[in-house]
Design a protein around this ligand. Structure first.
Ligand code: ADP
Ligand code: ZN
Length: 758
């Protein structure tokens, strides 16, 4: 491009900046290419998004020249840029910030625009020796050289040096001999760093689809470009097989490409390995634990078309695939699809926009669809496909509620020791008996407690004082081994105190249950059981999740205990028992989605039981056995839950009855934060009144439920509307027009379609 171009940089500007293209760089500057540009005395990596005179570009008097243009080819296609424009507009984020999110980190640094690549040395034959006579003559006194020559020949004429020397044990001098005689040339070749290649992947059993599966596969195959399907299949109904068969059509038969989104790669190794088993090296796995270099290699392989299916979490929705035929969003109800920082996009929504732009079909799969997707299916916006039964005649496990409210003296035998009575508060007799039976029968169990650490807080027995994080309005969680009080919001950690800070009392009680404590109680009561604990604290290593799950698969674990991490996707036929230690965690959070979360978690974890011929049972311990989330999960009754929940969200209205944006104000001084929130709300109300806009409501302002995080005070108000475009206009007005005073580090965040209001 020549002349002026507009460039989006990852800074809080809502308009692209205008730069001059130096003649020397003109050939390398195109829409979608990266450019290094000077901004406010710094170098920034931006993306060219259009001509300098395209609408929306800021007019400048004397534009500065672009400093560098590192790309021979644009890194982003215009269709991906359009998707990013939609994200920027809908989620009210600067385009440059969105574009940065769409690229691998290795491409976003202004200081080292050339990503590193890994190369290896390759030996290639330069001569053919077609006749035996020639061969005998050439290698008359060089038997080893002949062996090596013929090995390379059998490997297709070229082979990595490492393979020949290290794995096949040829001496480097033999290779050197061939090279010196001009029979072999040694060169460098770029290799993709793919740590998944060395992890074993299961064989695909390739079952014949059931009737329901076949109907779903056929419907998907006939899907119109941009069409959206909601695949509602109970746990164990074989949704993965539907995805695989559909993608065989899309990728193998039609020669197109596909994106498969999973909530978190590390937690779904089984799903990932099934895709690898079917599509082999056509699959790029975008694991969150990849290094920047490995991620870049995967990105490049997709961009070049060497790989045709991207499997990954949220950000895989930006995979650089052309000719996209399908996007699968597995477990579409999962909140991890929403990004918690700018741009606050939801990968499921981006999937629809991208599919429309590239003519792909979208499949949203879940046993417990989000209420949003469910109502879209009901209104006919999405097409509903159902897998109502488990495959192979398997039945859903029977689920029983254990009411933990019963006074403890009635539940515990009079001969019980103190430690036994304590243990009973954690593990009911019913659940413990069931666990013991599994141990005897050498079957496996899964125990869910969605709270890590040992105790959720420490309280003074005398005055009731609770240890709170110095930076957040959150109690500190007590962890054992290493012994620490830790804030789960800001990671602040301190040594536990010996005395109460307020009254000096010396009796400090640990209250609220965490996974570490359950692990200890289990180990004490069932010393012969082999327990694996899976939560944030045990899974920091790159393969930690996979290693724990491998042990479960091999049968080296009797009880898999963990937080919500263990509720997703796992398919272990020998798990015949699932116990929920405390179903009430989170059920009373001041968030309109609290019940939905709880129902989804209980249904998902219950679905891990009885996936094999031995069947399964589930125990749910709760103090609110009448709560509709619990009742409906016990009955496997999704429809009833949804109807009840939709009713509850009609008045006052919450999504999906209306569209919602949460506007959060934060700052280091509470008064300033409250004032900014109040003034902004007043100003918006006055504006809306003046314009006579009835279809938008402002609820608040008020303190956020968690009023301080990381030393910042937090206030918020909500915008509610039936009209998405209207909400966009108001959100944009806030982002662009409300002046934020520089004192007190004040900040305004607009969170569109929030998944959490805390
Ligand atoms: P979901 O994701 O719906 O919970 P999965 O896709 O994990 O279910 O499938 C559950 C199990 O059933 C897997 O072990 C899978 O191999 C098996 N399965 C799926 N479809 C069939 C089928 N048509 N016949 C036999 N087994 C099947
Ligand atoms: Zn904190």
């Amino acid at each position: 491009m020549k002349g002026l171009v507009s460039v989006a940089v990852p800074l809080p500007f809502f308009k692209p900046l205008t730069y001059l293209v130096p003649d020397a760089l003109a050939a390398r500057v195109a829409v979608g290419s990266r450019v290094v540009v000077p901004v406010r005395g710094r170098r920034e990596m931006g993306i060219v998004v259009g001509n300098g005179d395209s609408p929306g570009a800021a007019a400048v008097v004397s534009p500065k020249p672009i400093a560098e243009a590192p790309d021979a080819q644009p890194v982003l296609t215009t269709s991906l840029i359009d998707v990013c424009r939609w994200i920027a507009a809908y989620y009210v984020a600067p385009l440059g910030v969105v574009l940065r999110t769409a690229l691998p980190a290795a491409l976003t640094g202004a200081e080292s625009p050339e990503p590193s690549v890994k190369t290896r040395r390759v030996a290639t034959l330069t001569t053919e020796l077609p006749t035996l006579l020639e061969r005998d003559r050439t290698f008359a006194r060089a038997k080893k050289q002949r062996e090596l020559f013929e090995l390379i020949e059998s490997l297709g004429g070229s082979a990595p040096v490492e393979l020949l020397v290290e794995r096949m044990s040829f001496s480097p001098t033999v290779l050197k001999g061939l090279e010196e005689r001009g029979l072999v040339a040694i060169g460098e070749e770029v290799v993709a760093r793919d740590p998944f290649a060395s992890r074993a992947s299961a064989a695909d059993p390739r079952h014949a689809p059931t009737l329901a599966q076949q109907q779903a596969i056929d419907a998907l195959g006939a899907g119109k470009p941009g069409g959206v399907f909601l695949l509602h299949g109970v746990t164990g109904s074989g949704k993965t097989l539907v995805y695989l068969d559909f993608l065989r059509t899309v990728v193998n038969d039609r020669g197109r490409t596909a994106i498969v989104l999973v909530p978190e790669i590390a937690l779904t190794p089984q799903t990932v390995s099934r895709f690898r088993a079917v599509f082999g090296n056509k699959v790029a796995v975008l694991h969150s634990a990849l290094s920047d270099g490995e991620r870049y290699d995967a990105w490049l392989a997709l961009k070049r078309g060497d790989k045709r299916i991207a499997v990954g979490a949220r950000s895989a929705i930006f995979a650089p695939l052309e000719n996209l035929g399908a996007i699968v969003v597995d477990e579409e109800h999962e909140t991890s699809y929403k990004q918690g920082e700018a741009p606050r996009y939801h990968a499921r929504e981006v999937a629809m926009v991208r599919a429309r732009a590239q003519g792909a079909v979208v499949v949203l799969g879940s046993a417990t669809p989000s209420l949003e997707s469910w109502s879209n299916a009901r209104s006919g916006k999405y097409r509903l496909l159902s897998l109502p039964d488990r495959v192979g005649g398997g039945r859903l496990p029977s689920v029983r509620v254990v009411d933990m409210r019963v006074p403890k003296d009635q539940k515990i035998s009079p001969h019980a020791t103190t430690s036994e009575s304590l243990a009973r508060l954690v593990l009911s007799e019913e659940l413990e008996t069931a666990l013991r039976a599994r141990l005897e029968r050498r079957e496996q169990s899964i125990l869910l407690l969605n709270r890590r650490g040992y105790a959720s807080f420490v309280q003074c027995a005398q005055c009731g004082e609770v240890d709170v994080c110095p930076n957040c309005s959150i109690t500190l969680t007590y962890h054992r081994a290493p012994e620490r009080l830790i804030c789960h919001y800001c990671q602040h950690a301190e040594a536990p105190r010996q005395r109460c800070q307020r009254c000096g009392g010396s009796v400090l009680k640990q209250r609220g249950l965490g996974t570490q404590q359950v692990e200890r109680i289990l180990a004490e009561r069932m010393p012969s059981s082999r327990i694996a604990r899976m939560d944030v604290d045990t899974t920091s290593g790159k393969w930690a999740h996979a290693d724990i799950l491998d042990r479960v698969a091999r049968g080296d674990v009797d009880v898999l205990l963990g937080t919500q991490m263990i509720a997703k996707g796992l398919d272990f036929p020998n798990v015949t028992l699932v116990g929920v230690v405390d179903a009430d965690v989170g059920i009373n959070l001041p968030d309109f989605r609290a019940s939905e979360r709880c129902f989804q978690l209980l249904s998902q974890v219950a679905g891990r039981a009885g996936r094999g011929p031995k069947g399964g049972e589930v125990f749910i311990q709760t103090r609110v056995p009448g709560h509709h989330a619990v009742v409906c999960a016990v009955a496997h009754d999704y429809d009833r839950f949804v109807n009840k929940e939709l009713e509850g969200r009609s008045d006052p209205p919450y999504p999906p009855a209306i569209r919602l944006a949460n506007v959060v104000f934060s700052g280091t001084r509470e008064e300033d934060t409250a004032r900014l929130a109040t003034e902004t709300a007043d100003r918006l109300r006055a504006l809306l009144e003046r314009k006579g806009d009835p279809d938008i409501t402002i609820v608040g302002p008020s303190k956020c439920p968690i009023e301080r995080i990381k030393n910042r005070w937090r206030w918020h108000f909500m915008l509610k509307s039936r009209n998405a475009a209207q909400l966009t206009r108001v959100a944009r007005y806030i982002a662009e027009r409300i002046p934020v005073p520089s004192k007190g580090q004040l900040r305004i965040v607009v969170d569109r379609d929030p998944v959490s209001l805390l």
